[in-house]
Every structure is written in structure tokens, then in C-alpha cells.
Design a protein around this ligand. Structure first.
Ligand code: AHG
Ligand code: MN
Ligand code: MN
Ligand code: MN
Length: 336
């Protein structure tokens, strides 16, 4: 019986790294460590209703959000999977206000990892898909062990980006700049196995848009005109779009990656920079979208050219099928 070759994420990462002769294996180890953390988080997410892992911690994070126990748990799991490896010069997390240095008792390395430990956490009690998002940069500062400067880099300098979606199955999707590859967790052996090699966003993509229309009253004229057009209410669109909005960025984005369509979290009169965070939500997903033939924009400029000035800065986000993000930019031009 010829067995189909089973490619684990560890094998895939090692084979990808062979393309970089100077690679030292540190990079492979980081991605494998993130995959390990994802398995640990998936285990808790899958049994969230059974463990004492639901509900709030009672704290409020730097975002002004009530912290969920699972936000904190996922943060701890990722931090502890990476802090001792000697590959990192530091980290940044949605759940921690400042740059996270590597504890003095551990050696440092030449990469930094930024992450959203649990994305869509308001959905966890409702058993709706949630995710984890991560971004990897090279150390650039001359600080001995690493500092915030190493995290404050534009998206085009990322050397890897990825996400985990804890959905009907647990999938890890990542890119190192050579295409986008998806792995599905086989729980019976605890391995992420290659299930979606070389993901490309279909073009034309399915006519699906994602936006929280509860914010319509706060949108700009251009944004309202765009959504009116997508829905066919302005009489100029012979093929109106379908609306899908999960409320977990990773789950909405994952659908766009596989089916086409696009996701919007616009700026509005209450949130002039939108809601989503640049460094550990928009930029990593933008790298993936572009590597899969899509586009990621603020509505005016390419997400991955933004020069960051603070760890938790927000940005409007339009991401998915290139043709639909470009359509959005055309409508928003009237607001310029
Ligand atoms: P997080 O749970 O990491 O704070 O992110 C939540 C984000 C994102 O996942 C989602 O797209 C967006 O919040 C939904 O915001 P609204 O509820 O305002 O639509
Ligand atoms: Mn949050
Ligand atoms: Mn998030
Ligand atoms: Mn989060």
C-alpha cells in the first residue's frame, strides 16, 4: 500500500529554511515553537466550557478591553513557549502594554515575535471560531538584548507571519515570503499536517464582504457609498454581494483567503484609526494576503508600508481579494 506522504509543519518549515543557506535553524525553531503553543491553546479552546477558562479575569488591558481568562491563558502559553529558546530579542503582545524583554536568565537571539494571543475573544463564550495571529521580525536595534525598536518595523520587513484559526478544525496558516501554506491539526497524533499547500486567493473572488454595519451611522460618505454599492441599494451593482461577519478577524479573513471576498474595519467618527491593531493583526494578515495574491490597505495606502510609531497603534483595514480592495479604495477616494 503506497502511503500518501504526510508532511508535518516541522518538516515543511525545515524544507522551506533550506532555501536560505545562511539559515541557522533558529527561524524554524520559532515557527515550530509557535505551532506547539497553538496546540496547547487549541486544547483549552476545545474544552473552554469545561475548564475554569471562561469569563473575565477582572483586569482591563491596554486596549481598554475586559481581559478574558483565555486571552491571558493564550498569552502565557505563547510567552512561555518562546521566552527561553535563545532565538528572540523580545516580544510584543496585545495583552501587554510595553515591549516584553527576554528574562535575564535566558539568552537572547536575533528575532522578535509580535502576537495577538487570542483574536475574537468576545466570541469564545458563544463557541464561535477564534484565532491567534503572529508576526516575526529580525532584530534591528543595537540594544544589547532587544528593545521596542525591534518591534516597531513596517510590515514589508516581516520575515514570517501567520495565524491559527480554532474553528471546526484547528488550522495554522503561515508564510515566510514563499507562498502561503495551511496545516490542519490531526488531534489523534497532535501534529499539524499540510492540508492547503500554496494557497491563492481565488480571482475573481466570491462576492462576499465583511463589515460591522452597526457602525454605518459613524462611517464616512465614501464608506457608506461603498457598502450601498456592494448591497445593490444604489442601483449601480447588477450583482450584489453577500454579507458575512463572524466578529473574529481571523475567521473572517480565513474565509476570504479560501473563497475570495474581502473584510473591512473602516475608520469612523468614533474611531478615526479604526479598531484593529497594526503590528499584530493587520500587518501579519496583510503579508499573508499579499503572498496569496490579495491586497491589504488602509483604504488609501498599503498596510505594509506604514511606519509604526507605537506598539498598539490602530489602523483602518481593507483586506482580501485585490479587485475588491481596489474597489473600496475607489469609493473612499471621495473622502480624501
Ligand atoms: P481581539 O479579540 O483580539 O481583541 O480582536 C477583536 C477584533 C477582531 O477579531 C474582530 O474583527 C473585531 O474585533 C470585531 O469588532 P466589532 O465587535 O467592533 O465588530
Ligand atoms: Mn482583545
Ligand atoms: Mn484581535
Ligand atoms: Mn486578542
Amino acid at each position: 500500500m503506497t502511503t500518501k506522504s504526510v508532511i508535518t509543519i516541522e518538516r515543511h518549515i525545515i524544507e522551506a529554511e533550506r532555501q536560505y543557506p545562511e539559515a541557522t535553524g533558529a527561524f524554524s525553531n520559532i515557527l515550530s515553537d509557535v505551532a506547539f503553543a497553538a496546540k496547547m491553546i487549541a486544547k483549552e479552546v476545545r474544552r473552554a466550557g469545561l475548564a475554569d477558562i471562561l469569563g473575565y479575569t477582572g483586569e482591563v488591558n491596554v486596549q481598554g478591553e475586559d481581559v478574558k481568562k483565555l486571552d491571558e491563558y493564550a498569552h502565557e502559553v505563547i510567552f512561555k513557549a518562546l521566552d527561553h529558546t535563545g532565538h528572540l530579542c523580545g516580544m510584543a503582545s496585545e495583552e501587554v502594554e510595553d515591549f516584553i524583554p527576554i528574562p535575564d536568565r535566558f539568552p537572547t537571539g536575533k528575532y522578535c515575535v509580535l502576537f495577538d494571543p487570542l483574536d475574537g475573544s468576545s466570541n469564545i463564550e458563544a463557541n464561535v471560531s477564534v484565532g491567534t495571529i503572529f508576526s516575526v521580525h529580525r532584530k534591528i536595534s543595537d540594544h544589547e538584548r532587544g528593545c521596542a525598536e525591534d518591534c516597531l518595523q513596517p510590515g514589508y520587513k516581516q520575515i514570517a507571519a501567520g495565524y491559527v484559526v480554532y474553528g471546526s478544525s484547528t488550522m495554522l496558516v503561515y508564510t515566510t515570503g514563499n507562498g502561503v501554506h495551511g496545516f490542519t491539526l490531526e488531534p489523534s497524533i497532535g501534529e499539524f499536517l499540510l492540508s492547503h499547500p500554496d494557497i491563492r486567493i481565488p480571482s475573481p473572488g466570491q462576492r462576499i464582504f465583511s463589515a460591522n454595519e452597526g457602525n454605518y451611522r459613524n462611517w464616512s460618505a465614501g464608506q457608506r457609498a461603498l457598502v450601498d454599492h456592494l448591497k445593490g441599494v444604489d442601483g449601480t451593482n447588477p450583482k450584489p454581494f453577500s454579507a458575512r461577519y463572524i466578529g473574529s478577524l481571523v475567521a473572517d479573513f480565513h474565509r476570504n483567503l479560501l473563497y475570495g471576498g474581502f473584510f473591512m474595519y473602516p475608520a469612523d467618527s468614533k474611531s478615526p484609526n479604526g479598531k484593529l491593531r497594526l503590528l499584530y493583526e493587520a500587518a501579519p494578515l496583510a503579508m499573508i494576503a499579499e503572498q496569496a495574491g490579495g491586497r491589504a490597505s488602509t483604504g488609501f495606502t498599503r498596510i505594509n508600508e506604514i511606519e509604526p510609531t507605537s506598539l498598539h497603534q490602530r489602523t483602518p483595514l481593507y483586506i482580501g481579494s485585490a479587485e475588491y480592495v481596489e474597489l473600496a479604495e475607489q469609493f473612499l477616494a471621495q473622502d480624501a
